[in-house]
Design a protein around this ligand. Structure first.
Ligand code: ATP
Length: 422
């Protein structure tokens, strides 16, 4: 067909801030004088077409991105930070906005799921190494063709059809993080993988095992930053890959329901967990009937307190018998030293696996434990004729358990309880 190439000049000029537009035009003119080509590329192009541009502006140079960025920074009185190993450079303008420059390049995967070998190349090759057609477009910044869309793989059409499509059949095998990216993009934009892409994904599931733990966790964190992580987890499950990323995890309609409730509650800022990250709690929902629970949660824990939480969680999930959850008092015996977040994780995990009555006990225990009364003191015990010593502590602990079980409700009853035990 002899249609004119699509052009997103109008979107650039109406959707981007004024100063950004000026910078893009300057970059285009500079490229022209240097006999290089400059394009905006990737997410920014996708978002402009979708009508809501992100703040990240990625510019790719056919030529040398770093030396171009240096010249550009010089032109606009900005500062440049080159990242030689990646062949990229960030330019910061006088008023603090940032532009990222890269050299157009191609990638070779010597083995699946490893990091690729990178070689300088042209824009087409650069687009071909990308994950999905909607992310594989660029737009020219040259004065004569400003805004002209470079779209070798029909990204524009896919966006119109809300289609998420990989560029070739080995895409997921080369880089299995794209599975998680794809699922995240489906949810974010209400897109859907086309049949072929979905089939490629299912066939690539095994390659996930080659991914390093860090890369999995990084991608999972991205999923949890989106508006509806539960939807993405459910989709991962549906595609048969959830337990490849998180071995031992289980997914049920209950998990999904609990997660939705949890997230809704967390929308109210006050109930958001502060120190620990949300995704950590959410992930706990997926680990219920598995002895690997402890190891997995501990492995995804990033900080020391999180690691403690994970270990504490494991105590109740793996190391105790069911009768521990018979009453709040019984639970106290095993959980008095466990941290608050661990108890919350246990609560979530029990809810998700449908153990409602145990979950109810944990919930009640968490609430009451925060306000254990001090009705009886050491002096009271002495007055009752007991000799101070290790037994004191034990008496007081018995009192706590009796309170938790609702057997005593005030000081009088507490004193009577002691007498009856002597
Ligand atoms: P977001 O809004 O989530 O930042 P983005 O598309 O800008 O979306 P980035 O992770 O910043 O996402 O990636 C920038 C671009 O780099 C993408 O648009 C895509 O073209 C390319 N890209 C990123 N990760 C991959 C990957 N794993 N495989 C192939 N291409 C990728």
């Amino acid at each position: 067909d002899n249609q004119a190439p699509a052009n997103i000049k109008e979107q650039i000029e109406t959707l981007l801030p004024k100063d950004a537009i000026v910078l893009l035009k300057k970059a285009g003119s500079l490229a022209e004088t240097k006999n290089m080509k400059a394009y905006i590329i990737g997410g920014i192009v996708r978002d402009l077409i979708l009508g809501s541009p992100s703040e990240d502006i990625d510019i790719v140079i056919e030529g040398d991105g770093i030396s171009f960025a240096e010249a550009f920074a010089n032109d606009i009185n900005g500062t440049v930070t080159p990242h030689e190993t990646f062949g990229t450079a960030t330019v910061e303008t006088e008023n603090g906005s940032k532009l990222d420059f890269t050299t157009s390049r191609t990638e070779y995967y010597e083995k699946p799921a490893a990091l690729p070998t990178v070689v300088r190349s042209n824009i087409k090759e650069d687009l071909f190494r990308r994950d999905f057609t909607m992310n594989a477009m660029a737009a020219s910044l040259e004065p004569d063709s400003f805004g002209e869309l470079i779209d070798y793989f029909n990204g524009l059409e896919d966006i119109k059809k809300k289609n998420l499509r990989v560029l070739h059949n080995l895409s997921f095998v080369e880089d299995p993080t794209r599975i998680l990216r794809g699922i995240r993009f489906e949810a974010r934009f209400s897109f859907r993988m086309d049949e072929e892409t979905e089939a490629f994904l299912r066939h690539s599931a095994a390659s996930i095992f080659a991914l390093s733990h860090t890369r999995v966790i990084t991608e999972l964190k991205h999923i949890f930053q989106e508006t509806n992580p539960a939807e993405s987890l459910s989709r991962l499950h549906e595609l048969g890959v959830l337990n490849k990323f998180l071995p031992g995890s289980i997914w049920s309609t209950k998990t999904s329901a609990v997660l939705s409730l949890l997230l809704k509650e967390w929308e109210q800022q006050e109930t958001r967990p502060s120190i620990k990250e949300e995704w950590f709690f959410i992930t706990a929902c997926l680990y219920t009937e598995n002895a690997e629970t402890a190891k997995l949660l501990e492995a995804i824990a990033a900080t020391k307190p999180q690691k403690k939480t994970a270990r504490d969680f494991a105590v109740l999930m793996n190391d105790v018998t069911d009768d521990v959850f018979a009453s709040e008092g019984a639970l106290h015996e095993f959980a008095f030293h466990l941290d608050e977040d661990a108890l919350f994780l246990v609560f979530l995990a029990l809810l998700c696996s449908g153990e409602q009555s145990k979950a109810r006990i944990v919930h009640a225990y968490r609430t009451k434990r925060k306000k254990l009364p001090r009705w009886v003191s050491g002096d009271d015990l002495k007055a009752a004729g007991l000799t101070p010593g290790p037994a004191f502590k034990d008496y007081l602990f018995q009192l706590e358990k009796a309170f938790l079980n609702g057997e005593i409700t005030n000081r009088k009853e507490a004193l009577a309880y002691i007498k009856s035990r002597m």
